[in-house]
Structure formats: C-alpha cells, structure tokens
Design a binder for this molecule. Structure first.
Ligand code: ADP
Ligand code: MG
Length: 345
C-alpha cells in the first residue's frame, strides 16, 4: 500500500473556474445566457457575431437599458444581479437569469469585455474582466445606448474542455439553434447572426411574427404547413402556445423547440409524448416541426436542477403532458379530416 495523499485546499480561482466550466459547457451555453440578459434588458435588436463557432470570439450587441457605470466594478462578481433582492423573490421571479452567475462564470474561463451605455449617461464605458474582477479601470468612450459583450478565447484556461470541443462547425450549429429558437420565440425582437467578416447568416426583422421567423430560419416547406395551437388550463396553471406542422409535413430528423417560461430547454418526456402523437399520422421514422411555449407557475418549475439550467423539472408533469398531447392530437385530427374532405371534393 502506498502513502496516503496529502489533502490540500484548491485555490479560489480554481474552484471558480471549475464551477464556471459546469455552467458554461460550450459557446452556445454562454450565448444563451447573454441573449437572455439582453432580453431582460428590454432589447429590441440583438446582433451576434462569432469566430470559430464562438470558441475564438463571441460578441453580442443589444439596444437595451445598458449597465450603469457605477455597477461595472462588480457586475462580473459571482452572485451580483439586478434581478433578485430577497430569497422570497425567487418564487415569483419572471426574468431569465436570477443567480447573477453568467457574467462571473464567463469571466473565469474567457476574456470578457463590456461596452455599455445607459440612456442617461453622457458617454459609454468599456471594461475588461478576468476572474470576476476588472482588469484595469474602466474607460469612457463613444458608443450607442445598450450593451455590447465580447467573449474571446473561451476555455483558454480549461484545456480539457477546449480539447473536447474540436469542431467549430459543430459549435456554430448549436449557436444557430439557440439564436433561431430565441428569434422564433421572441418574434418582436430583431435578431442577426453572422460570422466575423462574412455575410449575415440569419436575420429576423423587428416586430416580425412566429410563422414569418420560422420561414426565415427553417424555410417555407415548414412554414406553409404550420398550424397555431393554444391552450389555457387554469387548474394546472398552464398556458400553452405553439406552432406545429400538419400531417403533410414530415422529416427524418424533425425539430422540437421547447420554451418553458421563456427559456429554451430540453424535455425528453415532452419530446417523446409529441412524437407518440405524430407517429400515427406520419410515415415511419419521420418527425414533425414543433415549437411549444409553455408558461407554468414559476413556483412549480425548478430550473436549478442542472447547472446549465438546460434540464427543467416541473410539478404535475404527467397531467401537463396529457394536456399537451390531447391539444396536438385534436389539432392534427381536425386538419386531417379537412384534408380528406378536400381530396374527396
Ligand atoms: P443575472 O442575469 O442572473 O442577474 P448575469 O451575470 O447574467 O446575472 O448578469 C449580471 C447583471 O448584469 C444583471 O443582473 C444585469 O443587471 C447586468 N447585465 C448583464 N447583461 C446585461 C445587458 N445585456 N444589458 C443590461 N444589463 C445587463
Ligand atoms: Mg443572466
């Protein structure tokens, strides 16, 4: 038997870096947090520029409220937020972020720069951060109202993570999914996505509609087959809205965009339920395009089950899924019978 290991305490910097790497696992996770911050800041236009799938460079520019210069000193420290004052607020919170961790996390694993201006300020301010702290005093400069956040060399100090994310193309695919999803869900906000120095890949206008944005992002073959669904279920405190393709459309992969309380999430159980309904109407091994927005009582949703807030747990899951299924089923039935009647006429 060998000698017992000597136990040492990790430095705070390393602890923070590990924690940050759990919250931000790939560029699209960071981008999601940044988009949600821009939406929380009431932006109506959001422009995203990336290099190498966001691994080298990820920039998001919004025209929201901006950050007050007196807050720039602490904005990247952990647990600093303008969105939560009391623990009690957690129950009622309806903004996306509420833990004050996104900017802090990113600053521990990337070079982060903020350029921001509030409407009341005479000029913009620029500040760069490292490990949650200002790197140097912030500088006054020219700039528009709103906030521009630049994240460079993500995971530069997390070598293992950097090695595991080898394909910028794959990372860019995740980025397109996130931007596309938020653009469809927030059709009143204009979104632009482009690669640095290249033409725009995706652009939705301000005050567009869900269906129009699906057309822009996923194409007309899907958009022309979309049907809107809606359901209110006061007893479950459930409000469902969405757009789903009718039985004329099928695709071997399919798309599922799920928002719960305005946050893009994954839910295997909802996905399975939706697939099971469509399976009776679509050719074998093919799938639909489904966009669902679920609003649930925030007290019934736990978004903190997973550090990336990707996986969501909610109360009354079984009953809620039954409601979603029957809502989709009756919509598909109604469009199916119209189609039959139409062919017979
Ligand atoms: P949280 O969103 O949980 O509060 P973040 O680390 O994401 O935590 O952001 C910290 C704070 O920085 C926010 O509460 C907000 O006050 C400010 N902030 C971040 N991004 C923006 C933005 N794009 N526009 C205005 N304020 C922002
Ligand atoms: Mg946030």
């Amino acid at each position: 038997m060998g000698e017992p290991g000597v136990i040492k305490k990790l430095s705070e910097e390393v602890v923070n870096r590990i924690a940050a790497g759990e919250i931000v696992q790939r560029p699209s996770n960071a981008l999601k947090e940044l988009i949600e911050n821009s939406l929380d800041a009431k932006a109506t236009n959001i422009v995203i520029t990336v290099k190498a799938g966001g691994l080298k460079y990820l920039q998001i520019q919004d025209n929201g409220t901006g950050i007050r210069s007196e807050d720039l000193e602490i904005v990247c420290e952990r647990f600093t937020t303008s969105k939560l004052r009391e623990y009690e607020d957690l129950k009622e919170i309806c903004t996306y972020g509420f833990r004050g961790e996104a900017l802090a996390s990113i600053s521990h694993i990337a070079h982060l720069t903020i350029l921001t201006k509030t409407a009341a300020a005479k000029c913009a301010y620029k500040a760069s951060y490292e490990n949650g702290k200002l790197k140097a005093p912030m500088k006054p400069c020219a700039g528009n109202n709103g906030t521009q956040i630049t994240v460079e060399d993500l995971f530069y100090n997390v070598i293992a993570r950097k090695k595991s994310l080898r394909s910028p193309t794959e990372e860019y695919t995740h980025i397109i999914e996130v931007v596309g999803g938020y653009a469809i869900h927030n059709s009143h906000v204009g979104f632009t996505l482009k690669k640095f120095g290249e033409n725009t890949d995706l652009k939705t206008p301000v005050n567009s509609s869900v269906i129009e944005n699906v057309r822009i992002i996923y194409g007309n073959a899907i958009a022309r087959e979309l049907m809107e669904i809606e359901l209110q279920e006061p007893t479950l405190k459930l409000c469902l809205r969405g757009c789903i393709t009718n039985v004329n459309y099928s695709h071997k992969k399919g798309t599922m965009l799920l928002f719960i309380n305005h946050r893009l999430v994954d839910s295997l159980s909802i996905k399975k339920a939706v697939d099971s309904i469509y399976s009776t109407y679509l050719p074998k091994n093919s799938h639909a395009f489904v966009y669902l927005s679920l609003e649930l009582d925030p007290r019934n949703v736990d978004v903190n089950v997973h550090p990336t807030k990707h996986e969501v747990q909610f109360l009354y899951e079984e009953q809620i899924i039954e409601k979603i299924k029957s809502c989709i089923e009756s919509k598909l039935l109604s469009c199916n019978s119209t189609r039959v009647m139409y062919t017979q006429a």
